[in-house]
Design a binder for this molecule. Sequence first.
Ligand code: TA6
Length: 304
Amino acid sequence: MAKQIEALNAEFALPNQLRFQSGENGLPKVQIDNGLATAEIYLQGGHITAFQPRGCEPVLWMSLLAQFQSGKAIRGGVPVIWPWFGPHAIDKHKPQHGFARTTEWQVSATKSLPDGSTQLQLQMKDTPATHALWPHAFELNLTVTVGTELKIELTSRNTGEQTITVGGALHSYFAVGDIEKIHIDGLLGHNYIDQLDGNRIKQQSEAIHIRQEVDRIYFDTEDTCTEGICAIFDAQLLRQIYIKRTGSCSTVIWNPWENKAKAMADFPDDGYRQMVCIETANAVDDVRHLASGETHTLSQIIGL
Ligand code: TA6
């Protein structure tokens, strides 16, 4: 591992901005620290595990019981869900939320940008292991830009002959002061699938307050699906987190609440009080069909 870190730093380190280090359990990670913010990204899953604008509290929630093991999903931060969201539509033995979050990504580039922000580009291509789960040729690029905002762009490219269908999400875990002292704006009037109530379709008639387990997929109607913005208003931390999305017509809101939190080994029993997931997704009917050579970009911009 030390050799790998050394080689990565030799090729991609940016003085006083970006370094590769050995992270939890020796998993390789990228540490970014520029004049605007700090961030941490694991090559396993292309997984952002920390983002903190200078002078501010951490924006992302990480489970204190997160397991950092090769091939295992990391709990918290921004898991990259791809090429399907949720359970596999046909084969329930295939991993929930696809395989991108449990695969080691390759570094393709690092850049220091004129506005002082720092950019990391990671890539994943099809392998015999991915073909065993999903028999398609592809190239997946993740561009992470760290500045006063965190910009995440996930670009899928079909490098095969057949048309492919891709789904996924940037499954972001946001840190909140107290779950009962926040409300979420930006989805008023939108319909949603209530995954806890037989997938019934319901409509959001007021700002979202969370007082119990929530697992909802909000979807835009065609004409509203250009760009969207959600915001978390946090009365405890006296802050507002905004989440801008593009390339997405579906937004997932999730909080496991008490019982589900207790049932997850990598989730603290009371952890549900300090987090909420707002996920920029291509879920359910919002999947994208890419002909040979075609690309699709799903992006999320997070700021205070
Ligand atoms: O995005 C919401 C959701 O699909 C929930 O149903 C819940 O399962 C959550 O993701 C976490 O999934 P995971 O596979 O990371 O335990």
